[in-house]
Write a protein that binds this ligand. Structure first.
Ligand SMILES: Cc1cc2nc3c(=O)[nH]c(=O)nc-3n(C[C@H](O)[C@H](O)[C@H](O)COP(=O)(O)OP(=O)(O)OC[C@H]3O[C@@H](n4cnc5c(N)ncnc54)[C@H](O)[C@@H]3O)c2cc1C
Length: 561
């Protein structure tokens, strides 16, 4: 039997995931008087996509950028923080709150002005204003962890959340597992509100080198559990049918493409887009990887690839600057590798590749307070589907959620959770996995899942009705096998088992919604529906599951103002 903690952990507001968004939510809610617990799968000091640092913070400062919000929205809309898949009203809210986060982070000791003044660079098209503040985020997780503690939040490291408990149509608690010891321990949480900040969904698709499953552009612990928990709890998700791809050094997969000062070029050193002419600059870098990340594959397919990042025009100062900036962003290992292998980027170009689909910036639908459609459930960061902003998006909507939740919890009472049937169901499932002595370790379904997704709900190849049908059937088979065969010999493997089950749920939702979209759009290319249905322009597909587990999809207008 799975060990179950006697004590129910009780709080007003439960934060699921102590990454950048989660810690911001915790600080805001605890500062607003709420009793807050942060449940983090690893350790908030070094977890999530911001674990080792970030270095660009989307930030609008009226004194620098001007008061014309429409211009700002248009320009930011052209960067990786905009695009066609965000609600404009939420992007406005995001921008309006960025500066206060910057000020607060400075007060925590995060170096937002490494040169002593505000410097904006990267992630922008030539000729437009720059909105990405260059900062040094190496110490950011330590600073935010301390600030959360100072505000009174209780941090529970090595505790993952596996299920949001719902009673009478609102959040009542959560089911977690403490994985800090060799043997896992099931932990029940009672809370009035919760926020999902579990990051993006990685490892659903195989990446460029499937032998190394953890060679990924982002944090391997971010597997889309938040997306799956939201879906199972009945909250609405948005845009999860649209694959999202990222780009960077081929086979050496690291996020952080905005810090490269170079030009995406053909083998002959010719730029593949018109964005940089002449010597690349620190100010703009090359925005190609942001606005056309699949260029590296598209050029392979049309016979003109591979595409390389060309830094051969840089002088020594720029290369030193890049080294420093990579360090601020936590991707210093790239230069370590170059040094170990004697690679001189002033002499040789570095091949870039498109990384396979990550469930990033697709997921829970939120409003301007970061509320989901389920009362008491909030979401922020990479697992949100209708606003972006990356780090700034996570921070601002985490903060707004925390503030809103601190008020909301004053208006509702705690509910008992022991009688919620899901508690016993999960206890039985956890016990079956833990008690099994002969069965399948997590890697078997994990790699099978990646093959299914890549072959039948692909992100970089055409999709079809038949492929989706087969995908859904194979995923159901895989899930059944997991229920009867999954086993774990320690807490770590137990965590991986629960991750795989969450990933299967997310994969199924991707296939169901992809099947529903009977047109081609962006990276959702259907061989059987090659046209783009113009009636779906500026419409988002919203999906939720009802109590019986049935999917419901609808299109709603994108918020344009
Ligand atoms: C190398 C790299 C460089 C980047 N540079 C920049 C940059 O310069 N500027 C920028 O704007 N963005 C940047 N980003 C993106 C930025 O880091 C993310 O947008 C941001 O961290 C998202 O915050 P989040 O809270 O959504 O997720 P994360 O910060 O990833 O946090 C998610 C947390 O949830 C935890 N978790 C997952 N599942 C569970 C569970 N079931 N229970 C409990 N905990 C769970 C994880 O362990 C993790 O700590 C970069 C990303 C990478 C990978």
């Amino acid at each position: 039997m799975i060990k179950v903690r006697d004590k129910i952990e009780c709080c007003d507001f439960l934060v699921v995931g102590g990454g950048m968004g989660g810690l911001e939510a915790a600080i805001a809610a605890a500062s607003g008087g709420a009793d807050v617990i942060v449940a983090e799968k690893h350790n908030t000091l070094r977890s999530g996509c911001g674990a080792n640092g970030n270095d660009h913070f989307l930030c609008y400062i009226p004194e620098i950028h001007g008061e014309d919000m429409e211009l700002v929205l248009r320009e930011v809309g052209n960067t990786l923080d905009g695009g066609p898949w965000v609600d404009i009203d939420l992007t406005r809210v995001l921008l309006q709150h960025t500066k206060e986060v910057v000020d607060r982070w400075e007060s925590y000791g995060i170096n937002m002005r490494p040169t002593g003044k505000y410097v904006f660079e990267g992630h922008s098209l030539p000729g437009q204003q720059l909105y990405h503040l260059k900062f040094d985020g190496k110490k950011q997780k330590g600073c935010l962890t301390q600030a959360a503690k100072d505000a009174g939040a209780r941090l529970m490291n090595h505790v993952l959340i596996n299920e949001i408990l719902v009673k009478d149509g609102r959040v009542a608690g959560a089911i977690g597992v403490d994985i800090s010891e060799e043997e896992p321990e099931m932990v029940l949480f009672q809370c009035k509100a919760a926020i999902l900040c579990a990051g993006m969904g990685l490892r659903l698709y195989p990446q460029q080198n499937p032998t190394y499953m953890f060679n990924l552009p982002g944090c391997p612990a971010d597997v889309g559990s938040g997306h799956s928990m939201a879906l199972r709890a009945g909250a609405k998700l948005v845009n999860i049918d649209i694959p999202n791809v990222h780009a960077g050094p081929k086979y050496f997969m690291r996020g952080g493409k905005g810090t490269w000062i170079g030009i995406s070029s053909t083998i002959d050193g010719k730029p593949v887009t018109p964005y940089v002419t002449g010597k690349p600059s620190r100010a703009t870098g090359d925005v190609t990887a942001d606005v056309w990340p699949s260029v590296y594959l598209d050029k392979m397919l049309d016979g003109t690839g591979p595409v390389f990042m060309n830094c051969t025009e840089l002088d020594d100062d720029d290369v030193e600057y890049m080294r420093w900036a990579f360090d601020c962003e936590g991707i210093g290992s790239i230069f370590e590798y170059f040094d170990q292998r004697g690679i001189d980027i002033q002499k040789e170009m570095i091949e870039f590749g498109v990384f396979n689909c990550t469930m990033n910036n697709v997921g829970v639908e939120i409003n301007e307070k970061a509320e989901s459609s389920l009362p008491g459930l909030y979401a922020a960061g990479n697992q949100v589907g209708n606003v972006r902003g990356n780090l700034a998006g996570a921070a601002v909507f985490g903060m707004l959620a925390g503030r809103s939740a601190a008020e909301y919890v004053k208006t509702v009472a705690h509910q008992s959770i022991e009688d919620i049937p899901l508690v016993e169901e999960k206890k039985a499932l956890f016990s079956a996995i833990w008690d099994r002595v002969d069965g399948a370790h997590w890697k078997e379904p994990a790699s099978t899942l990646q093959q299914i997704m890549n072959d039948y709900a692909p992100a970089l190849k055409p999709r079809t009705e038949n492929l989706f049908r087969v995908c859904i059937k194979y995923l159901a088979d895989l899930k059944k096998l997991c229920y009867t065969e999954l086993m774990a010999e320690n807490s770590h493997e137990f965590m991986r088992c629960l991750e795989v089950l969450d990933q299967i749920d997310l994969g199924e939702a991707v296939a169901v919604t992809g099947r529903h979209r009977k047109e081609s759009r962006g990276r959702h290319q259907r061989a059987d529906y090659k046209f783009t249905d113009l009636t779906l322009n500026n419409k988002f597909m919203v999906v939720h599951k009802d109590g019986a587990g049935e999917y419901h999809m609808e299109y709603r207008p994108r918020h344009m103002r």
